[in-house]
Design a protein around this ligand. Structure first.
Ligand SMILES: Nc1nc2c(ncn2[C@@H]2O[C@H](COP(=O)(O)OP(=O)(O)O)[C@@H](O)[C@H]2O)c(=O)[nH]1
Ligand SMILES: [Mg+2]
Length: 316
């Protein structure tokens, strides 16, 4: 059993040593532990520091590409390195690396494909009230969209089985965490949760700049992921709603036309126009639902192909 621990880093020379020192050297059930540092265009000595601590595997982005792409490229590299289990942690020493044995345990026991650490954000003292609120809100929306019960949607301390890493296809440039959780849920991966306590804060989060920016970007990702997997649910609901609202003025118009003496007079034309527009809108929405569903089926076939290709390239 080979474990690859990936650490995406953007200028983490100050805190990376703490992370590397706290990674267990031996874990029961694991024969080999490799550390993969993903350097995302750092301008400091992140790579040199990692090398001085014995790290041998690097994935270097010459330009900054963001955490989502770093995660995606890292996942592929870890598969290429022959990982049976992949752990993701951060370079700011936010997460307790000493809990890695507990994090991977459900995968080793064959009970889960993905394990997500729960930071128990409501208990973190340095999180502001608004951050805690938005954290809860975002997690609630994600759980609704994915049909999951994950307590900490954007936790960056996770473990993936090889199967899970092969089947995930992150595409968003932001919110890899929510995106891959929705994907995992729709692909029927078993999720496990590990409650953890985070380490003392050493620096401000650079990902989470403002709550509004985070909400905007996460909402786009969640809606997109939802539409990707259940387009008919969205478009058919909109279509149904427009049809129901549109029928009211239209029936009103028809009743009045039949019961009035001068049916071809210009009475109640507003009802006719509004009703017709709404019903046209509902048919457009139904049609979009059918088209989006066909595209979803197509994407599913492509994903199956991609999985086969990855298995051929990286081995089972
Ligand atoms: N902010 C940021 N972090 C990156 C980037 N690329 C890689 N990282 C790493 O991603 C991890 C998460 O960033 P951090 O600022 O701690 O945000 P957090 O997720 O809110 O804790 C850290 O290990 C960073 O070094 C990037 O483009 N921006
Ligand atoms: Mg962090």
């Amino acid at each position: 059993m080979k474990l690859v621990i990936m650490i995406p880093c953007l200028n983490e020379e100050a805190t990376l040593p703490l992370v590397l020192k706290s990674i267990p050297k031996k874990i029961a059930g694991i024969d080999k532990i490799d550390i993969l540092v993903i350097d995302d265009g750092s301008t400091d000595k992140t790579v040199e520091v990692a090398k001085s601590f014995g790290v041998k595997h690097f994935l270097i982005h010459t330009e900054n590409q963001g955490l989502s792409r770093s995660f995606k490229h890292g996942l592929n590299r870890a598969l290429h390195m022959g990982a049976d289990i992949i752990v993701l942690t951060e370079g700011d020493n936010q997460y307790p690396q000493k809990r890695i044995p507990d994090l991977i345990r459900p995968i080793l026991d064959g009970k889960a494909d993905t394990v997500i650490a729960d930071r128990q954000t409501s208990t973190i003292v340095h999180f502001s009230r608004s951050k805690k609120f938005f954290q809860k809100l975002g997690t609630g929306v994600l759980n609704f969209a994915a049909g999951t019960n994950v307590p900490d949607a954007i936790s960056g301390f996770r473990a993936y089985s090889r199967r899970s890493a092969i089947q995930l296809n992150p595409i968003a440039d932001y919110s890899w965490a929510t995106e891959t959780t929705i994907q995992a849920a729709h692909k029927g991966h078993a999720l496990a949760i590990l409650p953890i306590t985070t380490n003392a804060k050493l620096r401000e989060s650079r990902q989470f700049k403002s709550s509004w920016q985070h909400i905007r970007k996460s909402s786009v990702t969640i809606i997109r992921a939802y539409v990707m997997y259940k387009p008919y649910a969205l478009f058919f609901s909109i279509g149904g709603l427009l049809l129901a609202i549109g029928l009211v003025p239209l029936i009103n118009f028809l009743v009045l036309t039949i019961t009035t003496k001068n049916p071809f007079g210009a009475h109640h034309l507003q009802s006719l126009i509004i009703g017709s527009l709404l019903i046209t809108g509902s048919f457009v929405s139904f049609a979009l639902g059918v088209i989006a569903d066909l595209i979803r089926i197509n994407r599913k076939l492509l994903e199956d192909l991609l999985e086969l290709t990855k298995r051929q390239i990286y081995g089972d």
